[in-house]
Each structure stands twice: as C-alpha cells, then as structure tokens.
Design a protein around this ligand. Structure first.
Ligand code: AMP
Length: 512
C-alpha cells in the first residue's frame, strides 16, 4: 500500500498525459514524473546514512520539484517531512532536529539561512535544482518500494498557534483514505483536470496532490511559487477544469481582484483551515458562481472531518441556506464524528461539545510525543480541541477552539459568534474576540479589530445583533491582527498583549 503506486500506475497507463505544470507550461508527463521519482528514490537510498526508515524533509516554497521529491521519497519507502517555507529558519531547524531528518531538500532562497542553523543529526542538505540535486537523478531507477498500510508517509507538523508544533504521523493508509474522502465528497476529479497549488504544498494544498495523481490529473504550481490574485485568475482564464485549495483570506483577495475571470473554467475552489464569514461566502458566490466547497479538518485528520458540498453552498433557495453556509457541512464519508462532553460521551443533539473524529484518516499519533498522543487519541477518538454541535439534519457547526471559549458570569460565549457580527460591518477587515480575566465576571469579552469602523458603531451593531452578555466591554483597533505563518489569527498573542495593556491601564488609573 504505497502512495507512489498511483504514480507508478499512471506512468504506465497514461505515459503521455500531462502530470506537472508550471503556470500553463506542462513540464512533465506521467512517464517522466514516474521516471524522475524512481531515479530520485535510487539516489536517496544511495546516500550514506539514509536507512529504510529515514525521514526526508522539504523546506521550500511551492515548486515543480516538490512533486518529484515527495514521490521520490515514497517510491523509496521513506517518510516525507514537508516544512512550511514561511517558517523562520530556526523553527525549520527545530523540526529537522525533532523529526531526526537525515536529508533536507531546501529551496535556493532559504538555503543560506537554514545551513547556518542545521542540526548535527541532518546528514545531507541539498538545494533544490542545484548540481547536487541533479546528481541524485543520475543513477539507476529504483523499483517501487513496498510499504505496509501503517508505514509512515508524511510527518505533518501542525501550525502550532500555541507552543511548539507537533508532528502528526500520517501513514500511507491515512493519506489514501484522505484522497478517497476528497474524491467522494469534495470534488470528483476527472483525468486531465488540474489542481493549482497557490497555497503551501507543505499543508492543505499538498494533501490534495495524491487524489490528482490517482485520477491522472495535472498538478500545477503557480509560477510565482505563492499566491498572487492576478496570476490565479489569469490561470483560470486559460485552463478549464481547475480546482484549488484556498484559505478564506485568499478567497477574499480573489473576490476583490478586479481582473475579468472565465469562471466557467473553475471546477472547485475549496476553502478550509479557518472560518469564513457568511457575507464573504455570498460575495464569493456572486463573483465566481457555485464553485465552492468547504472542508473542516486538521493536520491530525488531514482535510477530512466535515464537508459543506458545492451543492449545499449553491442551493440558494433552500430555506436554511444561510444557516448552512455558516456551518461546516456534513460528516465526511470516510470518518465518524461525535460531539463529546467532558467524559467523551456524546452530548444530546444540538448541544455543543468537543468535536471527536474516528476513521482511517486519523493520524497514528504524534512523533516522539507519547503523552500528547495518548491525550489526543484517548478512547480511540481524535480529540480535535474544536468545539461544535450537530443539528438534526447532521450539519456540523464549529464554535471555537475549546481553549478560546470565554466564560463570563458562568455563561459560555463563543468568540466566533461575536466576530461574525463585527465582520458584518463594512469598516471591519479583521476581528478577533478574546476573554480578559475579570474579578467580578471571571472573564469579560474584548474585541480587537482592524479597519476604520468606530467603536461606538460596533457597539451599536452588537447591541442590535446579539445578547447583551456577549457584547464586548471594549473595542480595540489595531493596524492588523497578529497571525501565524499560516495566516491564522493568534489569540494567544492577543491575550498576552491585552493582559499587558490592561495591567498598564489599571496601574495608570486609566481605562484600556
Ligand atoms: P491545521 O492543523 O493547521 O490545519 O489547523 C486545523 C484547525 O483549523 C482546526 O482544528 C480548526 O480549529 C481550524 N479549521 C479547520 N477547518 C476549518 C473550517 N472549515 N472552519 C473553521 N475553522 C477551521
């Protein structure tokens, strides 16, 4: 059960079909892609100190080589450790050390900074597309390695909005199940369809590579190696049958980009990873048509938990359409989802609790972290740390990370609900709501936002839209909100900053 078997099959069955593109330019057919992976597998296994269970890291922004490296690693039966190129070199070095990676492929622009910090455990640091890189392909082609279903394929380091990232161990079985889950519920990719990688391949976008190889599709890398709205729209204009994974902020920028678009060329834009405000979804639908799907998942069950399908999102005349847009959809076919109480047992229908996931997509555990593994997988369920509820029709609504829930005067307040209200104001670009410790209430609600809205107007909006006890006690405007390298707002940082700000204000006898 080796993920690379799908590439092996495609190389023989569809040798001339396009497999890899940079922008509109096809640079490899399936025959060439498979040949490159087989040669790299041979090259990797020939390196001194690279054993049967070696971990091989990739620290690079999106590039065509990413694909041949990933598949070369699997072809050899080794484990890939993709690292987000936006991380600081010191953070990447920490992951190299923690994962005990023997080899790291590094993008040219990142090479110097990483080389200065590389841990001793790293035996080979190879710059992508350098002479040393090319030499790895100059030997024989390796036979496809055997892999057991539970053999490690991908060490997925979580984005870590608190503390050090953890390495979710994803097996060949996990990633195959993830691919089936995608093809069944998210998008039925057809041969020749294209997946455009404008989001990092080290993360969500990369998880969709395998389904496209399995279906003889094309994996295309944006020429810029990143996300440029103009570039993406011009790509759509030239390429029918294109799908793409995008974070909600990326979709917002696509909507705002003035360029004309041949929307009929877009097959599916999938968003996930963070909440998307309902008004923004409607704007995106108005601009691009019914071409969106939403997924909810996390590195520990990659991209697979629930799906709000294209059909549901497009169903404007459904009586609960807007309500459904505010949900994360139905449980994905590949998994079971339970809303668990503090004891892990199911809570009554409609009530909120922790989202638990069970199924073949759920990780084996965390690399070298038995305590965190035992905690996350207790009782045989993945404890996601996300709070949500399921309605009578099976739609799952996400509330918040459990640690972000605010308890004020004994009532639970879900920041996301308040954020939704704030974001509906045209003068609010970003909003994040946190709890501030308070001697009387336990916590009080504080809103941080970016934009030109006046606090008084926001307060009026909240009074008109939500219960009084959820209304923020203060509205604090910032240039922009702190985010991690994946674009997720860092509530931990906001809370720390708020504590400092508030303490200073109290000491000065002022009011934060
Ligand atoms: P990561 O492991 O970095 O992919 O982060 C996963 C986390 O992102 C989840 O645990 C959720 O808190 C959040 N998340 C993922 N998908 C969604 C979604 N569709 N809507 C809101 N939050 C999401």
């Amino acid at each position: 059960m080796n993920l690379a078997a799908w590439l092996h099959r495609a190389g023989r069955a569809r040798p001339d079909s396009p497999a890899i593109a940079i922008g509109q330019r096809t640079i490899a057919s399936y025959a060439r892609f498979a040949e490159r992976a087989a040669r790299l597998a041979f090259g990797l296994k020939s390196l001194p100190g690279v054993g049967r269970d070696a971990r091989v890291a990739i620290f690079s922004k999106n590039c065509a080589e990413y694909l041949e490296i990933l598949y070369g690693i699997w072809w050899a039966g080794l484990t890939a450790v993709p690292i987000n190129a936006k991380l600081h070199a010191a953070e990447a070095a920490w992951i190299l050390e923690h994962s005990g990676s023997a080899v790291a492929f590094v993008g040219k622009d990142l090479e110097a900074s990483l080389a200065a910090q590389a841990p001793d455990s790293l035996k080979h640091l190879i710059t992508v597309a350098s002479p040393a890189y090319d030499r790895l392909y100059s030997g024989d082609a390796s036979a496809l390695a055997e892999a057991a279903p539970d053999d490690l394929a991908w060490l997925f380091y979580t984005s870590g909005t608190t503390g050090r990232p953890k390495g979710a161990m994803l097996s060949h079985r996990n990633l195959m199940a993830t691919s089936f889950a995608y093809l069944t519920d998210v998008d039925t990719t057809m041969p020749g369809d294209t997946l455009l990688h404008a989001a990092p391949m080290s993360h969500g976008s990369g998880i969709y590579i395998m389904a496209h190889v399995g279906r003889f599709g094309v994996n295309a890398v944006a020429e810029s190696g990143g996300f440029e709205p103009n570039e993406v729209l011009s790509f759509f204009n030239n390429r029918p049958g294109t799908s793409m994974f995008a974070a909600p902020t990326m979709i917002k920028r696509l909507v705002e980009c003035g360029r004309d678009v041949a929307a009929e060329n877009i097959r599916t834009i999938i968003w996930g990873g963070a909440p998307m405000h309902v008004a923004d979804i409607v704007r995106a639908l108005d601009r691009f048509g019914p071409r969106f799907a939403q997924i909810y998942g996390q590195g520990e069950t990659p991209m697979t938990g629930t799906v709000l399908s294209k059909a549901d999102i497009a169903h404007r005349d459904h009586p609960r359409w807007l309500e459904r847009l505010g949900s994360a959809g139905l449980v994905n076919s590949a998994v079971e989802v339970r809303i668990g109480g503090a004891d892990g047992n199911p809570v009554p229908e409609g009530e909120s609790g922790e989202i638990l996931v069970r199924g073949d997509t759920v990780m084996l555990g965390y690399w070298d972290n038995p305590e965190a593994t035992a905690d996350a997988l207790r009782g045989g369920w993945l404890h996601t740390g996300d709070v949500g509820s399921i309605d009578g029709e099976g739609y799952v609504t996400l509330r918040d990370r459990s640690k972000d829930v605010i308890i004020s005067g004994g009532s639970n307040i879900y920041p996301r609900e308040v954020e939704e209200v704030l974001l509906s104001h045209p003068g609010v670009r970003e909003a994040s709501v946190i709890g501030r410790p308070d001697p009387e209430w336990g916590e009080v609600v504080i809103a941080y936002y970016a934009g030109d809205a006046e606090p008084a107007d926001l307060d009026r909006l909240c009074l008109d839209s939500i219960a009084r006890f959820k209304r923020p006690k203060a509205y604090i405007r910032l240039e922009s909100l702190p985010k991690n390298n994946y674009g997720k707002i860092l509530k931990t940082e906001l809370r720390d900053a708020d504590r400092t700000l508030h303490n200073e204000a109290v000491t000065n006898g002022g009011k934060a």
